[in-house]
Design a protein around this ligand. Structure first.
Ligand SMILES: [Zn+2]
Length: 467
């Protein structure tokens, strides 16, 4: 029979660290005063209630069951049991084995008596209550911080100072650049490479990889929006690095299936694939690329095919024509006037406000439902209407962000030459085309065999789709 000393390293009930040395010293001093020889069981966990396994505690209870333990010395009963279930099971086990608990802080608990077990239960209830009160308070404070627009805390965010309230200029510039490239069609791995090559590391201290880039760029914090538990709460008190439109466009792009993993191997090979639309009346589907043996000479030619109605057009002349149309457009004198202004900030702010108001409406609808002012059907209808309006607004925000694909070209001395240099980098070419126009492939006139450029019809977008 021996005296067990049980030590558990974790935060104490007031959230202050309680070092194992302090627990060990006090527990051993107590055992020495009483003339007990001790055997030590130690666990190290950092949260008091998360249900993690405790090998030290398990070994202690096994020793208790096999009758090796006479008493357990512990700094405080809250070290021994972390929640009600553990406590109930533990008290029962100690009663059967006739083992008492001797805390450094608090009265000795003789588990062979009803009084001892009752005290263990009550002291334990108060321990649990303190833990729960503390976690309630923390949850409330976190919610409040979010509503006040204060930063989330935790590890420093790339581009921001440790308190989250100011910019680290060099990083913020790199991040802005990264958004521009992402929206211009650069892959996540490519952006990770760019950041590494420029000497930036993550705030965790490692090299950039595509997943870290994805997490960073999909965060609305970069647009100055405070989220909490996955919901947008309010405007943050910190400065934005990029526009909300840019972050939303990035999120939309990152959630496209082809972006799910690395970009390599899934890049598109043809300009028009899922970019041009079928121009047959009432169709409008995005076309796909396919090969078809068509000509007497036996040569196989690539065609774009509408998956919905089957319309099929020769692909190479269409691509050549679209590239030329875009070059002409970029070469126009009025290009700067048309496009260089970028997204209209006031219009964006207005869209933002509408989006926030809709989210609030959704929250209040749920509250009304909880108070039984709305029934299930009414709630569903309200949520559906709000979701539709939100989708429309977010589509506009995303569209505004896509304009960014044009920024590098518009800033260039010679946009036409730079556009031609993009040839073959399909993602980037598609982003530019998409920002400028919708391309419709019309059915060919009857009897015509050669390519007729009038059947590739660009529908130019207004200079600023947000206005
Ligand atoms: Zn069609």
């Amino acid at each position: 029979m021996t005296t067990a000393v049980y030590l558990r390293i974790s935060e104490d009930r007031l959230g202050e660290g309680l070092g194992v040395e302090r627990q060990r010293e006090d527990a051993r001093a107590l055992a020495e005063r009483r003339g007990w020889t001790v055997r030590e069981f130690v666990d190290n966990d950092i949260s008091a209630t998360n249900g993690k396994l405790r090998p030290g505690y398990a070994a202690l209870m096994a020793a208790v069951k096999s009758g090796e333990v006479e008493r357990i010395v512990v700094f405080h009963t809250s070290r021994l049991w972390r929640n009600r279930r553990e406590r109930a099971d533990g008290i029962e086990l100690l009663r059967e084995a006739r083992v008492s608990v001797v805390p450094v802080k608090g009265p000795e608990l003789d588990m062979t008596t009803a009084y001892g077990r009752g005290m263990a239960g009550m002291i334990g209830e108060f321990d649990t209550m303190e833990v729960e009160v503390k976690s309630e308070r923390q949850r409330r404070e976190a919610q409040q911080r979010a509503e006040q627009g204060r930063p989330a805390g935790g590890r420093r965010a790339f581009g921001y100072t440790a308190d989250g309230m100011a910019l680290v200029e060099a990083e913020a510039a790199a991040l802005r650049d990264a958004y521009q490239r992402l929206l211009g069609g650069r892959s996540l791995s490519g952006i990770a490479q760019d950041l590494n090559a420029a000497g930036f590391i993550t705030t965790a201290g490692g090299p950039w990889r595509h997943n870290a880039v994805r997490l960073m760029m999909g965060n609305l914090r970069n647009a100055g929006i405070r989220t909490h538990r996955g919901r947008e709460v309010t405007q943050g008190l910190w400065p934005a690095i990029v526009s909300e439109a840019a972050v939303r466009a990035a999120i939309a792009m990152l959630s496209e299936p082809k972006r799910r993993t690395n970009h390599v191997g899934s890049a598109r090979r043809w300009l028009g694939t899922r970019l041009y639309r079928c121009g047959r009346t009432d169709c409008g589907a995005l076309v796909v690329s396919t090969y078809r043996e068509k000509y007497a000479d036996g040569r196989v030619r690539r065609v774009y095919r509408c998956p919905s109605c089957g319309l099929s057009r020769l692909a190479d002349p269409a691509d050549k024509w679209v590239r030329r149309l875009v070059a002409d457009r970029l070469g126009r004198e009025d290009l700067a006037d048309l496009l260089v202004s970028g997204p209209d900030e006031a219009a964006l702010a207005d869209l933002r406000a509408q989006s926030m108001a809709l989210r609030e409406r959704r929250t209040s609808a749920v509250k009304l439902w909880a108070r039984q002012v709305l029934d299930d059907d009414e709630l569903e209808m309200a949520k559906r209407e709000i979701a539709e309006e939100l989708a429309a607004i977010e589509a506009k925000l995303v569209e505004a962000g896509r304009e960014n694909a044009l920024a590098p070209l518009l800033a260039s001395e010679d946009p036409v030459a730079d556009w031609k240099k993009l040839e073959g980098r399909i993602d980037e070419e598609q982003a530019v085309v998409r920002a400028l126009t919708t391309v419709w492939l019309l059915p060919p006139p009857p009897g015509r065999r050669e390519f007729d450029s009038s059947t590739v019809h660009p529908d130019w977008k207004p200079a600023n789709p947000v206005r």
